[in-house]
Design a binder for this molecule. Structure first.
Ligand code: BGC
Length: 766
């Protein structure tokens, strides 16, 4: 595509190219980029450098431009004057081109913008919410889902996503638990790598890849009591062993950017946290990309009571290592003076700008600022058949079968009357979740539509009740229906006549996500009553759950014979659910997060510590209470981490550790035999957990350290072998250093974190 490029940019690039040719013919690609960045930095004024550290939200009719208010006008002037380095929420080739044109053709140096966007689980074609994707434990599928999202976003002019969110969370009250990979740092790290690899591909300058952003650095998932934007108080050991590993994995796999978190950590906001950003991220880990603040998180340091003013906040954030200011206006308005006063060194901003420019070079934006702006590609790629095929594949793999006691599933394909009940069953909107900035509302395939494609049965739909009252859905705030039961009689009548009742119940897509924390995790509104009313007339119920977080479904778990966890599965929801219910896809998902029995158990997670009083060792003493437990609920969860069934059954046997003792750096090999003992072909995610029995810092009762997907025909068996290296056998001590210590280990293999097949080995130092 031919587009006019500014004379400024041409001169800038020519100068740099000549310099590069003359002096760098033997340089590697990275060295050339470094050289170009340094050359460009030398041409920049302090103001222009600060401009690169400023990011604005899309703000006016870009094709105009016609500023609607003073702020928009200010932003527009800043853009024209080279005081904006990045924009977010500008989407579509036409709009991106319009802002890019201003940056490239109207500013003195013509430095292109980097265009960011929240491509969280897809751009326009939506994959399942990230928590659901994590339930697949399928790293190839997750990577493929991210590259599908990247291809669509890149075709719409975007070159940077604010994903993946790699925050570990143990608190399903937190609304953003839907956006992460669940509670486990090992699984979370593998998924972080897969997602970064999927977004960024092998060549960042290719037109179908975009820069990724691991967020929110760090510990946002530990917001106290699951309340959004709350303070965080995590101990050193939890910080190093649970919170940081997925960020390190993202950094090690070359993620180009990281985002600050809204929270504070030990009284210091993450955005101004030198320990996190300078000591750990840019120091110890050698992270080469740049750090973007979260939305207005620089100026929020004033509200936190950490910075005295916006100026102080700008100083603290820049010194701490936050490179790009998202919507605080703090850098653009304060940094110049701070530099003049000597409060911030020019070399501090040089470092930040160097990082930002490097990513722009790597994206190929200097070679062609419009390389992501091809309207033909936009039409072809977005919402394409290929995208839909990829998200359907991901959606099927994300479903978890929680219970199938009476083998109601898979459904018979002929001769049945099936009553489909629940407002969510016919909902095209809720399955898209709350992160859908580029999607059109109500475009998901509903479960009703998916099931209608199976024509052999009689399908009767009755909504029974909606989750939400429709008027408020438009505002993106779900007002739960707690009163309207007018649909109950028709639903009960339909259930009476049916062979099988499929009930789709749970949360609306807008009940989880940012700003959507909850304290009650039972089925919202009148849905529990509906479930019980239907159960009275027909016990053959398949409960299909829709939710962005674990729910407390004790009654259902005790009474309903069949439960399918179907989350919010994105654009292809109905087709995925129908294929699983009818057995065209045998479910293989495993929970990436623990389901509690009640909210009071939270935080409940599998990799907890043993405590000094783990069990009632005095069980034979009546009324002995002095052990670690509650008086009103048992210690176990409703469904544990790693749990999920199949339409077939699997047996684990013959665990073998190759030796009884190993030297500290030796690899440990553990194997077992997995057999498909059922009647159908199926896929099982075999999981390996270790327990380090005694260490200088107490270790969890179990830690996931390996998993493998194995597909087996009925009756077939396979030996599966795991290798534990020093990377799996150590932990971070309270100085934040990784150590492997000698001692006894237990090792478990099985289909969930409650695996019972066990062996032991010892690590010894010579
Ligand atoms: C969120 C980020 C997001 C940013 C830009 C913030 O409110 O915390 O995760 O990327 O907005 O939309």
């Amino acid at each position: 595509m031919k587009t006019k490029v500014s004379i400024a940019l041409v001169i800038t690039l020519t100068l740099i190219t000549q310099a590069v040719k003359g002096q760098t013919s033997s340089y590697s690609k990275d060295q050339k980029i470094n050289f170009k960045v340094d050359s460009l930095l030398k041409l920049m004024t302090v103001k222009e450098k600060i401009g690169q550290m400023n990011q604005y939200n899309g703000f006016w009719n870009v094709t105009g431009p016609s500023p609607k208010n003073g702020n928009a006008k200010k932003k527009y002037n800043h853009l024209k004057n080279g005081l904006v380095g990045s924009m977010l929420n500008v989407k579509g080739v036409k709009n991106v081109k319009a802002v890019q044109k201003i940056a490239v053709e109207e500013t003195r140096l013509g430095i292109p913008l980097i265009i960011g966007f929240d491509v969280i689980h897809g751009y326009q074609t939506l994959a399942p919410i990230p928590l659901a994707e994590a339930a697949s434990w399928d790293l190839d599928a997750i990577k493929n889902s991210a590259s599908t999202a990247a291809a669509e976003a890149a075709a719409a002019g975007i070159n940077w996503t604010f994903a993946p969110m790699v925050d570990i969370s143990r608190d399903p009250r937190w609304g953003r638990v839907m956006e992460g990979a669940g509670e486990d740092p090992f699984l979370g790290s593998k998924i972080a790598e897969a997602r970064v690899g999927g977004f960024q591909g092998d060549d960042l300058s290719a037109p179908n890849t975009i820069a990724a952003c691991a967020k929110h650095f760090a510990a946002y998932g530990f917001s106290e009591a699951g309340k959004e934007y709350n303070t965080v108080d995590v101990g050193t050991s939890t910080l190093h062993n649970i919170v940081l590993p997925p960020f390190k994995a993202a950094s090690d796999s070359g993620v180009k950017t990281m985002m600050n978190a809204f929270n504070e950590l030990n009284g210091v906001p993450a955005t101004g946290n030198t320990y996190l950003l300078r000591d750990i991220l840019k120091g110890k880990w050698g992270f080469k990309g740049f750090v973007v603040s979260d939305w207005a998180s620089i100026k929020e340091m004033v509200t936190w009571g950490y910075a005295k003013s916006n100026k102080d906040a700008a100083r603290l954030a820049a010194i701490a290592g936050s490179d790009l200011d998202m919507e605080s206006y703090a850098y653009v308005s304060e940094l110049e003076l701070l530099i003049k006063e000597g409060a911030v060194k020019e070399r501090t901003i040089d470092e930040a700008v160097r990082r930002i420019l490097t990513v722009k070079y790597e994206l190929g934006l200097f070679d062609d600022p419009y390389r992501y702006c091809d309207s033909k590609r936009e039409k072809k790629v977005i919402n394409s058949k290929a995208s839909h095929a990829a998200v359907l594949d991901m959606a099927k793999k994300s479903i978890v079968l929680l219970k199938n006691e009476t083998q109601l599933l898979p459904l018979k394909k002929e001769g049945q009357t099936i009553a489909l009940i629940g407002g969510l069953a016919a909902d095209n909107n809720s399955p898209l979740g709350s992160w859908r900035l580029a999607s059109k509302d109500s475009t998901a395939v509903s479960v009703l539509e998916g099931m209608k494609r199976y024509k052999g049965n009689t399908l009767v739909f009755e909504k029974g009740a909606d989750v939400n009252t429709t008027e408020t859905e438009f505002t993106r705030e779900v007002k739960v229906n707690t009163t309207d039961k007018s649909g109950f009689p028709a639903a009960i009548a339909a259930a009476k006549k049916a062979d099988v009742v499929v009930m789709v119940l749970g949360e609306h897509g807008f009940q989880s996500g940012e700003g959507r924390s909850r304290t009650e995790l039972s089925l919202p509104g009148v849905q529990q009553e509906l479930l019980e009313a239907v159960f009275k007339v027909n016990k053959n119920i398949v409960l299909v759950l829709n939710n962005g977080r674990p729910l407390t479904i004790n009654w259902a778990s005790e009474n309903i014979p069949t439960i399918v966890e179907a989350w919010q599965l994105g654009s292809q929801t109905g087709n995925a659910v129908a294929e699983v219910l009818y057995g065209d896809y045998n479910p293989s998902g495993k929970l990436p997060i623990t389901f509690p029995r009640n909210v009071g158990q939270i935080p409940i997670y599998y990799n907890h510590k043993n405590t000094g009083r783990p069990v009632n060792e005095q069980a034979n003493v009546p009324d002995f209470v002095f052990w670690s437990h509650y008086g009103d609920v048992e210690n176990t969860p409703l469904y544990p981490f790693g749990y999920g069934l199949s339409y077939t059954t699997f047996n684990y046997n013959a665990i073998k550790v190759s030796k009884k003792t190993y030297q500290l750096k030796e690899d440990v090999k553990v194997s077992c035999v997995l057999k498909n003992t059922g009647k159908l072909k199926g896929k099982e995610v075999a999981q390996l957990y270790i327990r380090d029995l005694t260490a200088s810092v107490t270790r969890p009762v179990r830690e996931l350290k390996g998993f493998k997907s194995v597909t087996l025909d009925p009756g077939a068996s396979q030996t599966i072998t795991f290798t534990l290296t020093e990377n799996e056998l150590g932990f971070y001590n309270n100085e934040g250093n990784y150590v492997v210590e000698p001692g006894m280990f237990e090792v478990f293999i099985g289909g969930s974190s409650q695996a019972t097949l066990k062996s032991t080995f010892e690590l010894v130092s010579k």
